[in-house]
Write a protein that binds this ligand. Structure first.
Ligand code: SAH
Length: 417
């Protein structure tokens, strides 16, 4: 383990621990970023913008309508009763929503016609309207632009493969993490999404599959990845609620396996540690993109708060606690982070936590985004990067670039009308 990034000096650790404590409390004490990345300019001369890191959504935004997917079973019942409606109807509504994927109240014939509108209004309010769906790969990749109740725009992408169907969901309208190579990051944060708004993207995808709208015959959603717009860990409570709804057995939820759910993060260390304690073994994906602090401070600005060593340690702790293999995401940028010495350093950093199969690397060929002058790595450099990682025993895969031509691939979601 030769060239590990140096461990923090004690005073540095104190500062980080303070920030971490603040973060657990909802990032209240650190609502804006103080521009530390400015000290490290020069590695990437064509940086588009240096944006602040934003943890809190802008104040004063109206809350999305309350929906049964926001609530557990008991709370759904209570909500109906508070409207003077019979609590037992909550289960019927849940069955329509999660098990039968019904969205038309006229099909809910087990609900008395006289009460139907009221029941639906209380627990199944409309949350979002599809504005546009773009298709690629002969219709098996579909990007949908959604308008939320307050006009906020988000996107989700459904990708069907021969053996599975994955939906990539957004967890925030926009994103406050300011990664310079990501279209969403460059647009800033509009607001957090509610649990039900996150879940509804999956339910909508499940409906189109069930109804045979995606080529390949009727199907089911097998995987959900939190890799759309937003930083899931910056909207922790709503995201965790969504994970619970996805994995709760029907009709309380969609009944998916936690193994089929992947939460991707820039590395909010206290939240990674918290997720490890929740008892839901979802797959964790960590957007590392550089093995050294100097470069990662620029590519993933949250690194100025949590160093590479601290972030990788949290990922390793997650793997140890949940027994789920962590995925390290690494977008390959030509001449920026794709050098042979960085492949070696990446392998060493990961190996310093042992080689018991806790981790694998998923390389992502950089997808083009507006205004970005960086390009994907030369295929030869990419192959050499893979070779070096594998030579040091790190399992490595290269992600496909599905949806690129409809701006639906990683980092391209910008949600404009
Ligand atoms: N905020 C979360 C989840 C969303 S992005 C996160 O960052 O992990 C999903 C993945 O796409 C992340 O690894 C992100 O860094 C990567 N990504 C962003 N922009 C990209 C681009 N232009 N090309 C390739 N991958 C990109």
């Amino acid at each position: 383990m030769s060239s590990l990034p140096s461990r923090r000096a004690p005073c540095h650790r104190t500062r980080l621990v303070t920030l971490a404590t603040a973060a657990i409390g909802g990032f209240r004490l650190s609502s804006s970023y103080d521009g530390l990345a400015g000290d490290n300019r020069g590695l990437m001369p064509d940086s588009p913008k240096t944006l602040p890191l934003v943890f809190d959504e802008p104040r004063g935004r109206a809350k999305p309508p309350r929906h049964l997917a926001d609530l557990d079973e008991a709370a759904r019942k209570e909500l109906l009763e508070s409207h003077g409606l019979p609590g037992f109807r909550a289960k019927q509504l849940s069955t329509h929503y999660f098990a039968r994927l019904v969205d038309d109240p006229a099909e809910m014939t087990d609900l008395p016609a006289t009460q139907r509108q009221e029941l639906v209004g209380a627990l199944l309010p409309s949350l979002m309207t599809p504005l546009r769906t773009l298709e690629a790969d002969k219709g098996t990749t579909r990007k949908t632009l959604w308008k939320l109740f307050d006009g906020a725009l988000v996107e989700s992408v459904l990708m069907r493969y021969p053996d599975r169907a994955t939906i990539c969901v957004s967890s925030q309208a926009g994103c406050g993490m300011a990664c310079p190579f990501c279209a969403t990051g460059q647009g800033g944060l509009q607001r957090n999404m509610s649990t039900a708004e996150i879940v509804e993207q999956v339910v909508a995808g499940a409906r189109s599959l069930a109804r045979g709208e995606v080529p390949g015959g009727p199907g089911r959603v097998s995987n959900v990845v939190f890799m759309g717009m937003g930083e899931p860990m910056a909207n922790y409570k709503a995201v965790l609620g969504a994970v619970r709804r996805l994995t709760d057995p029907a009709p309380a939820g969609l009944g998916m396996s936690a193994r089929g759910v992947t939460v991707s993060t820039v590395g909010l260390v206290p939240r990674i540690n918290q997720l490890a304690t929740e008892g839901i073994p979802v797959t964790l994906a960590l957007s590392l993109h550089a093995p050294d602090d100097e470069l990662r401070n620029e590519l993933v600005p949250i690194n100025t708060r949590y160093s590479v060593a601290e972030t990788v340690e949290a990922a390793w702790n997650y793997a140890k606690t949940t027994k789920r293999r962590v995925s390290i995401e690494y977008a390959m940028m030509r001449g920026i982070n794709d050098q042979a010495h960085r492949a070696d350093l990446l392998a060493d950093v990961l190996h310093s936590y042992g080689d018991w199969g806790w981790v694998h690397v998923n390389l992502i060929p950089l997808n083009p985004t507006p205004g970005s002058k960086w390009t994907a790595s030369d295929p030869r450099d990419e192959r050499e990067f893979v070779r070096r990682l594998e030579a040091k025993g790190i399992p490595t895969t290269v992600r496909d670039t599905r949806g690129r031509e409809i701006d639906g691939a990683c980092g391209q979601l910008a949600a404009t009308e």
